[in-house]
Each structure stands twice: as structure tokens, then as C-alpha cells.
Design a protein around this ligand. Structure first.
Ligand SMILES: Nc1ncnc2c1ncn2[C@@H]1O[C@H](COP(=O)(O)OP(=O)(O)OP(=O)(O)O)[C@@H](O)[C@H]1O
Ligand SMILES: [Mg+2]
Length: 299
């Protein structure tokens, strides 16, 4: 069973009289134990997707299963339990959700209280795992931004969620700190087998995960997979030049056969002008070729 199965997920926000289609039929499957990144330009729907996965918002249509649970059919009570036990969430400026006058350890114990009682040995263990074993008794306002993010990660793990969601967790720290935070996520993924989904703008960070999915206009547009060392070896054996790329990019074709043409290639088809949006799709030697419409005379 997969950890996340999104099929044709639609999210519509109604603001005043206006409707915003934040997700427009998004398909995405994430396996248990995966650690992956989601990228996309501003407004493409990344946070919307994470909020749906985290149970903070309800999908408008489609099918959304997380850990076998159907997020469209949950009762309010089931949703509360889901948020408490199935998912952990880390945001960009998490510090504002933490309690500044409590110590790092006390902050991690707070969500445990919701489940039953504080378990100080467990809070210590989690803080050790995120590399803060030496800061257990420091008040939160005595910690750096990167250290506070580590506390936030420990808090998100307090109730052993099988799924950890992070929305731009390195958005407000420097590159080096961001890199260290990614290592913390990888460590957690390896040690606890937690499935981890990270939304990020940081290309340094995406280079270090095996799978990167890009979202464009509310749909999954492309998927990038890390090039394995064997592939590079093969390339070198065949005398092919090895490029400086870390990932191979593939375009997603949805269940209805739709795909998004990469933005960088659209100009080849000369389709910028809305009145010229027709192409011919033909099969040629086992490949599909997309050709711009021949311009008509006098047109
Ligand atoms: N609560 C809301 N009410 C109305 N519209 C919303 C709401 N939340 C998001 N939107 C709209 O939905 C679209 C997707 O927004 P979303 O926040 O998911 O983008 P994003 O990819 O996370 O962008 P960014 O990289 O800037 O964080 C945008 O057009 C946004 O304006
Ligand atoms: Mg966002």
C-alpha cells in the first residue's frame, strides 16, 4: 500500500465572488518510506497540496488516500485524530508556533500531552536525533533560527507520525543551515522510515533527494529522478559525454492523456499568441511528434 495516492485532486478556493482553482486534477503517488521534494513557481499549488495532505483543508473533488485513509470521507473527529497521529507538519517560520519561554525539551513534550502524558525520555531522544542533544534545557528564544527549526522537526515527530510534511522548511535560513536541516530529514527518513514530503524553492536541496516532482498550474507537470552512479558509468563506458546533471526529468501524462509541454520548448511551436494554439500530433518511427499548425495564406 502506498503512503499517498492523489487521483484527479481538485481544490477550489472561494474568495468573495471569485473562484480560484488551486489544484486542477492533480495525480501523485508516494510510496511508504520515500523522501521526496515538490517544486513549482509561486502560486502553482504546492502549499495547497500540503495543506490537503495535512488535513488542514478539504479537497473539493477527486480522490485522496493517505496511509489508507480517505480524506474526502473523514468525519470531523476522524480528521482530528488524523492530524494528531498520522501527519507531522513543519512550516517555514515555525518559531512563531513554538513557546518562547519554554525549553526545547518542554516544547517537544507539549504535543505529547495531547495524546496522554509527557514522555521526557522520548523528547530527549527526538532532540538528540535532530542534533540538539546539547540544547535540551535552553529556552527557545535562546536558540538560533536553524536550531528552532530542529525543535520544530522534533515536535512534528512527537506522536510518531508515519508521514512528515514540510513547507519550505529551509526558507528562512542560510544555505549551510538549510543543508544541515536536509541531513536531519534524511536521517529521520533512514532511522524511523518516516515518509517525508518537502516543498522547496531551494535547488541545492533538491539535488540531494532522489525524486523531485514539479507542480505547474495545479497539476503535476514533471518528475525528476536522480541519475544513478551505474548510469553514469555506462555512459562513460560508451564514450558518451557525462553532463553535469544530477536528475533526469520526465513529463507526466495524466489519466486522460494530457501532458504539459515544458515552458522552455513552447517557443519552438510559436504558441505564445492565443490565436495560434493548434498543433498536429503525429507518429513518426515509433515517436510522437508535435508540429505547429502551418500558417495559412492571408491569415
Ligand atoms: N485560502 C485561500 N483563499 C483563496 N485563494 C487561495 C487560498 N490559498 C491559496 N490560494 C490561491 O491558490 C493558488 C495556489 O496557492 P498556493 O499557496 O498553494 O501556492 P504555492 O505553490 O504554495 O506558492 P508559493 O511558492 O508562493 O508559496 C494561488 O493562486 C493562491 O492565490
Ligand atoms: Mg506556498
Amino acid at each position: 500500500m502506498s503512503m499517498i495516492v492523489c487521483e484527479n485532486v481538485v481544490k477550489i478556493y472561494k474568495a468573495d465572488e471569485l473562484e480560484v482553482f488551486a489544484l486542477q486534477g492533480l495525480d501523485l503517488t508516494i510510496e511508504k518510506g520515500e523522501i521526496m521534494a515538490i517544486i513549482g513557481s509561486s502560486g502553482s499549488g504546492k502549499s495547497t497540496l500540503l495543506n490537503l495532505l495535512g488535513g488542514l483543508e478539504r479537497p473539493s473533488a477527486g480522490s485522496l488516500l493517505v496511509d489508507g485513509k480517505n480524506l474526502l470521507r473523514m468525519t470531523k473527529k476522524e480528521l482530528t485524530m488524523y492530524k494528531r497521529l498520522t501527519v507531522g507538519f513543519v512550516w517555514q517560520n515555525q518559531a512563531k508556533n513554538l513557546i518562547p519561554y519554554l525549553t526545547a525539551q518542554q516544547n517537544v513534550e507539549v504535543p505529547m500531552l495531547l495524546k496522554g502524558r509527557a514522555q521526557s525520555h522520548k523528547a530527549k531522544e527526538l532532540l538528540n536525533m535532530v542534533g540538539l542533544g546539547h540544547r535540551l534545557n535552553n529556552r527557545l528564544d535562546q536558540l538560533s533560527g536553524g536550531e528552532q527549526q530542529r525543535v520544530a522537526i522534533a515536535i512534528a515527530l512527537a506522536n510518531d507520525p508515519p508521514l512528515l510534511l514540510a513547507d519550505e522548511p529551509t526558507g528562512s535560513v542560510d544555505t549551510k543551515t538549510g543543508d544541515q536541516l536536509l541531513n536531519v530529514f534524511r536521517e529521520i527518513n533512514k532511522k524511523l522510515n518516516t515518509t517525508i514530503v518537502i516543498v522547496t524553492h531551494d535547488t541545492q536541496l533538491t539535488k540531494k533527494v532522489d525524486r523531485v516532482v514539479s507542480i505547474r498550474d495545479g497539476k503535476t507537470s514533471t518528475e525528476m529522478f536522480r541519475i544513478q552512479p551505474e548510469e553514469i558509468e555506462d555512459q562513460m563506458k560508451q564514450g558518451e559525454p557525462t553532463e553535469d546533471e544530477t536528475h533526469k526529468e520526465y513529463t507526466v501524462i495524466d489519466q486522460a492523456g494530457r501532458l504539459q509541454i515544458p515552458e522552455g520548448l513552447l517557443h519552438i511551436l510559436n504558441l505564445q499568441d492565443n490565436t495560434k494554439n493548434l498543433v498536429q500530433i503525429e507518429e513518426e518511427n515509433g515517436q510522437i511528434v508535435i508540429k505547429p499548425q502551418q500558417s495559412k495564406k492571408n491569415a
